[in-house]
Write a protein that binds this ligand. Structure first.
Ligand SMILES: [Cu+2]
Length: 104
Protein backbone atom coordinates (compact mmCIF):
# COMPACT_ATOMS: atom_id res chain seq x y z
CA UNK A 1 0.00 0.00 0.00
CA UNK A 2 2.78 2.38 0.94
CA UNK A 3 4.55 1.54 -2.26
CA UNK A 4 1.54 2.45 -4.39
CA UNK A 5 1.27 5.80 -2.68
CA UNK A 6 4.93 6.46 -3.33
CA UNK A 7 4.56 5.60 -7.04
CA UNK A 8 1.53 7.86 -7.31
CA UNK A 9 3.50 10.64 -5.67
CA UNK A 10 6.42 10.20 -8.02
CA UNK A 11 4.11 10.25 -11.04
CA UNK A 12 2.48 13.46 -9.85
CA UNK A 13 5.88 15.05 -9.36
CA UNK A 14 7.05 13.97 -12.82
CA UNK A 15 3.89 15.41 -14.37
CA UNK A 16 4.31 18.68 -12.50
CA UNK A 17 7.93 18.94 -13.64
CA UNK A 18 7.14 18.26 -17.28
CA UNK A 19 4.33 20.82 -17.21
CA UNK A 20 6.71 23.38 -15.78
CA UNK A 21 9.28 22.60 -18.44
CA UNK A 22 6.73 22.82 -21.25
CA UNK A 23 5.50 26.13 -19.88
CA UNK A 24 8.95 27.70 -19.70
CA UNK A 25 9.91 26.37 -23.15
CA UNK A 26 6.74 27.88 -24.62
CA UNK A 27 7.42 31.13 -22.85
CA UNK A 28 11.02 31.26 -24.05
CA UNK A 29 9.87 30.86 -27.66
CA UNK A 30 7.14 33.45 -27.33
CA UNK A 31 7.31 37.02 -28.53
CA UNK A 32 9.24 38.70 -25.75
CA UNK A 33 11.00 41.74 -27.22
CA UNK A 34 9.21 44.99 -26.51
CA UNK A 35 8.84 47.26 -29.50
CA UNK A 36 6.78 49.83 -31.33
CA UNK A 37 5.70 49.66 -34.96
CA UNK A 38 7.13 52.60 -36.92
CA UNK A 39 6.37 51.53 -40.47
CA UNK A 40 4.80 48.63 -42.34
CA UNK A 41 5.57 47.77 -45.96
CA UNK A 42 3.21 44.98 -46.90
CA UNK A 43 4.36 44.87 -50.52
CA UNK A 44 7.96 44.23 -49.54
CA UNK A 45 7.03 42.12 -46.50
CA UNK A 46 8.95 44.39 -44.16
CA UNK A 47 8.26 46.08 -40.88
CA UNK A 48 10.20 48.81 -39.11
CA UNK A 49 10.33 48.32 -35.37
CA UNK A 50 11.74 50.49 -32.64
CA UNK A 51 12.76 48.16 -29.86
CA UNK A 52 14.48 47.96 -26.54
CA UNK A 53 17.45 45.74 -25.75
CA UNK A 54 16.99 42.29 -27.32
CA UNK A 55 19.47 39.92 -25.73
CA UNK A 56 18.17 36.97 -27.76
CA UNK A 57 19.32 38.82 -30.91
CA UNK A 58 22.57 40.10 -29.49
CA UNK A 59 21.29 43.68 -29.47
CA UNK A 60 22.12 45.31 -26.18
CA UNK A 61 21.02 48.80 -27.14
CA UNK A 62 17.59 50.13 -28.03
CA UNK A 63 17.29 50.82 -31.77
CA UNK A 64 15.00 51.21 -34.74
CA UNK A 65 15.47 48.79 -37.59
CA UNK A 66 13.79 47.13 -40.54
CA UNK A 67 12.82 43.48 -40.26
CA UNK A 68 11.54 41.00 -42.79
CA UNK A 69 8.59 38.91 -41.72
CA UNK A 70 8.34 35.15 -41.81
CA UNK A 71 4.74 35.37 -43.01
CA UNK A 72 3.08 38.49 -44.43
CA UNK A 73 -0.01 37.65 -42.35
CA UNK A 74 2.00 38.84 -39.35
CA UNK A 75 1.82 42.37 -40.78
CA UNK A 76 -1.97 42.33 -40.53
CA UNK A 77 -1.89 41.69 -36.80
CA UNK A 78 -0.44 45.11 -35.98
CA UNK A 79 -0.50 48.68 -37.24
CA UNK A 80 1.79 51.70 -37.13
CA UNK A 81 1.99 53.13 -33.62
CA UNK A 82 1.14 49.86 -31.89
CA UNK A 83 3.19 48.81 -28.91
CA UNK A 84 4.11 45.21 -29.59
CA UNK A 85 5.98 42.19 -28.38
CA UNK A 86 7.87 40.26 -31.02
CA UNK A 87 10.46 37.61 -31.65
CA UNK A 88 12.96 37.50 -34.48
CA UNK A 89 15.70 35.31 -35.89
CA UNK A 90 18.92 36.26 -37.60
CA UNK A 91 19.11 34.95 -41.15
CA UNK A 92 20.75 35.67 -44.49
CA UNK A 93 21.07 39.40 -44.93
CA UNK A 94 19.01 40.48 -41.97
CA UNK A 95 16.57 39.66 -39.27
CA UNK A 96 13.20 38.05 -39.71
CA UNK A 97 10.25 38.52 -37.38
CA UNK A 98 8.83 35.12 -36.52
CA UNK A 99 6.10 36.24 -34.13
CA UNK A 100 4.47 39.54 -33.25
CA UNK A 101 1.52 40.57 -31.16
CA UNK A 102 0.06 43.74 -29.70
CA UNK A 103 1.34 44.32 -26.19
CA UNK A 104 -1.34 44.29 -23.52
CU1 LIG B 1 17.49 45.69 -33.57
Amino acid sequence: MNRMIRIAGATTLALALSFGWAWSAAFAQGADINGEVKKIDEGAGRITLKHGPAKSLGMDEPMTMVYRVKDSALLKQVKVGDKVKFEAQEGDGGYTVTAIQKAK
